[in-house]
Write a protein that binds this ligand. Sequence first.
Ligand SMILES: Nc1ncnc2c1ncn2[C@@H]1O[C@H](COP(=O)(O)OP(=O)(O)OP(=O)(O)O)[C@@H](O)[C@H]1O
Ligand SMILES: [Mg+2]
Length: 234
Amino acid sequence: MSQPVLIARDVYKRFHGGPQPVEVLAGASLAVQATQSLAITGASGSGKSTLMHLLGGLERADAGNIEVCGRDWTTFSAAEQGSWRNRCVGFVYQFHHLLPEFTALDNVMMPLRIRRESAGIAQIKACEMLELVGLASRMLHKPGELSGGERQRVAVARALVTRPALLLADEPTGNLDSDSAQLIFDLLAQVTREHRTAMVLVTHDLELAKRCGTVLRLSKGILQSMKRPADIVD
Ligand SMILES: Nc1ncnc2c1ncn2[C@@H]1O[C@H](COP(=O)(O)OP(=O)(O)OP(=O)(O)O)[C@@H](O)[C@H]1O
Ligand SMILES: [Mg+2]
């Protein structure tokens, strides 16, 4: 089997902000191979978004190791984390987080410009991605001029334009009607397959979860494998 793109070992995370500490992750572990798609499900508040932030190096774990493309986030400085993330990881969230003042094209070019690709090359790659997600005719529109599903398609294009090894998608369809949700899921599945990108998908939609090769459930701070469809209850 190929080298895993993502390995998390015994990850712990506790928040101290409120009146009492909240232990969210208590030994969560997973491994994702190149080209694998894995769904994470679990009750609201079980720690799925927290886990995704840690997996993507956006927050630090209290304990445990998280390796992306063979390197451990916990050994990185903040600057190293930023460039490694730009190189290896794409994110899609429930809300698109596009920059409202910029066109769809500018938004998709952004991660390429951050990694200092020339404007010309970035534009060509961003146009290709926007065509791939079916938005060739809307490239010069700003997010406010697009529908919710179209905005999310721009977010998918932005996440995948760098051809990351790993896509982290936290409820990317959570804010959409079921037809648009299906479309976004199909798009994620198609592009990650074509680009050979591994995907971790957080979803409350058990039908979508089951379409990923592997389904894990986060409960009591740990990830458990859902072996049979009958195990998958939310
Ligand atoms: N910065 C923070 N400070 C304190 N507690 C936090 C913080 N972030 C998250 N939490 C707590 O951690 C727990 C897990 O939150 P998280 O957002 O990871 O859950 P989730 O599984 O993504 O939920 P949902 O399905 O509703 O998106 C919650 O109880 C939440 O209140
Ligand atoms: Mg969440």
